[in-house]
Design a protein around this ligand. Structure first.
Ligand code: 5AD
Ligand code: SF4
Length: 473
């Protein structure tokens, strides 16, 4: 390992060793009588996991695997899991249960559980004791060592668990298989230091660490050259990018440098934490042509007592001030946010502060979640007297306010001509193309699939709460 500032980088030799193991496994696979082995990767949760899934695919491809969506046909099944809410975990356990059948039919099948759930001690214990058909378990910090761990399973024919509580490191140069198309994701940092009291992420993804700006710039340049046109920079809190590099280089600097890469493309980023979002960030966004004028800024609650209990370290007022400033330098900015309803001890009156904040800001869209206790977090031990059914009523009420507002904003697009990027097929016969505006609003289009990958001017002819409809002009 090498250290730069506080960040640990996996050294070139260690990465080369993993690639060498991939080659070894590949040779073994090529000698198989049964032909090319198949891997099935099931990814749950956020974009960060999707990006991790693309690395897993890259490593498996280097090991000589081809891919299938059907676990029943696969020689290797990988569950790339999410721990953010209980529901996500239940789905994984449900699917793990189903895999007992596929393994009974194919005893040679290898089952791997990785991602955020794997890093939770109680999950690892449960897998060890009750899901004995799982062969390999490793957390996000060990992702780069997947080839080595897989070889260990092949060679020892024993179950392998690599779930030590590591602070985390940065591994450059791992292979990646990207989805073909126009969208790509680039992790610029890993981990989180914020310890919001409801959140499991800092416990499973380790401490904040930023990739070297040169490595990020090289990756984005490569993506633009390869024809990707909608590139999203990822991190749990991109606004603290660079804090660990001790070089005075921060997220707005990265946006400026990326924007100098020639080409026709949009740059987005998520997520931002309001405590670290600054006027300097919004000024950089406004100045940089390729940076989409779109902001996802989770506020979680509109009530100051709840924000304090959540350990969010900003207030309703300072949040509103940020939004005012962002809109003053970027008129027409598209704004989205995350909200938690029913945090432990939240009263109806406090919840109504969330509703009023939503009404005051007028978000383009909102991601709303009912609070889900995560064992080991501070909030999980707080008294939580409000019944689930009551929280559901609050949730429905908030959703109704937001849906009405989204429909109204969308109706305001009528007859306007907007620039969109056609990014795929929609599956809707009348409007067969799917596209996105600079603000990332979905526009279903009349038109031919040959337009996919192109920026187009379209006229908006209709809308509802979730989408706009239009045709190329
Ligand atoms: N319960 C409900 N929602 C949560 N989130 C994070 N942790 C929890 C939890 N324990 C939500 C937050 C965050 C989004 C990614 O998930 O709103 O911004
Ligand atoms: Fe979780 Fe807060 Fe970190 Fe986001 S900033 S990942 S909500 S702890």
């Amino acid at each position: 390992m090498q250290e730069s500032g506080k960040t640990q980088y996996i050294c070139e030799e260690d990465i080369q060793r993993q690639l060498h193991i991939c080659e070894e496994i590949k040779q073994r696979n090529e000698a198989r009588r049964e032909g090319t082995p198949l891997a099935c990767i099931q990814t749950y949760g956020c974009q960060q996991n999707v990006a991790d899934g693309q690395r897993l695919m890259g490593m498996l491809e280097a090991c000589g695997f081809a891919f299938t969506e059907e676990a029943g046909r696969a020689d290797l099944v990988v569950l790339n899991t999410c721990a953010i809410r209980e529901h996500a975990e239940q789905r994984v356990f449900g699917n793990l249960g189903l895999l007992t059948h596929t393994k009974r039919e194919r005893p040679e099948q290898i089952i791997v559980l990785c991602g955020c759930m794997a890093q939770e001690e109680r999950t690892a214990r449960r897998i060890r004791e009750s899901y004995r058909h799982v062969d390999l378990v490793f957390g996000p910090q060990a992702l780069w060592r997947f080839p080595e761990l897989l070889r260990q399973v092949y060679e020892t024919k024993k179950r392998v668990f690599s779930v030590e509580d590591e602070a985390g490191s940065i591994a450059e140069g791992l292979p990646v298989v990207r989805e073909r198309g126009v969208k790509a994701w680039v992790s610029i940092m890993y981990g989180c230091n914020n310890f919001c009291s409801y959140c499991i992420v800092p416990y499973v993804r380790g401490r904040e660490r930023s990739r070297d700006p040169e490595a990020v710039l090289a990756e984005v340049r490569q993506l633009v050259e390869a024809g990707y046109k909608d590139i999203t920079l990822l991190g749990q809190n991109v606004n603290s990018y660079g804090n660990d590099l001790d070089s005075g280089y921060h997220f707005p600097d990265l946006l400026e440098d990326i924007s100098r890469i020639p080409g026709d493309y949009w740059i987005r980023f998520m997520s931002s934490h309001p405590k670290d979002a600054s006027p300097a960030l919004f000024d950089a966004m406004a100045r940089c042509g390729p940076v989409a004028k779109q902001l996802h800024l989770p506020f979680q609650s509109g009530n100051n007592r709840i924000l304090r209990e959540m350990n969010r370290r900003y207030t309703r007022e300072s949040y509103l001030e940020l939004i005012r400033y962002a809109r003053s330098v970027m008129p027409g900015l598209v704004l989205t946010s995350d909200v938690i309803v029913g945090f432990p001890g939240e009263t109806e009156e406090e919840f109504l502060d969330t509703v009023s904040l939503v009404e005051e800001v007028g978000f383009d869209a909102l991601f709303t979640f009912i609070y889900s206790p995560r064992p080991g977090t501070r909030a999980a031990s707080m008294p939580d007297p409000v019944p689930r059914a009551e929280k559901q009523r609050w949730f429905d009420r908030l959703l109704e306010v937001q849906n009405r507002h989204s429909a109204k904003i969308h109706a305001g697009y009528a007859d306007r001509t907007v620039r969109v990027l056609a990014d795929g097929e929609s599956g809707d016969g009348d409007y067969p193309l799917s596209s996105r505006t600079e603000g990332n609003r979905l526009v279903r289009l009349k038109g031919d699939p040959s337009l996919i990958g192109r920026f187009l001017d379209v006229k908006i002819t209709g809308s509802n709460t979730w989408a706009l409809y239009g045709e190329p002009v």
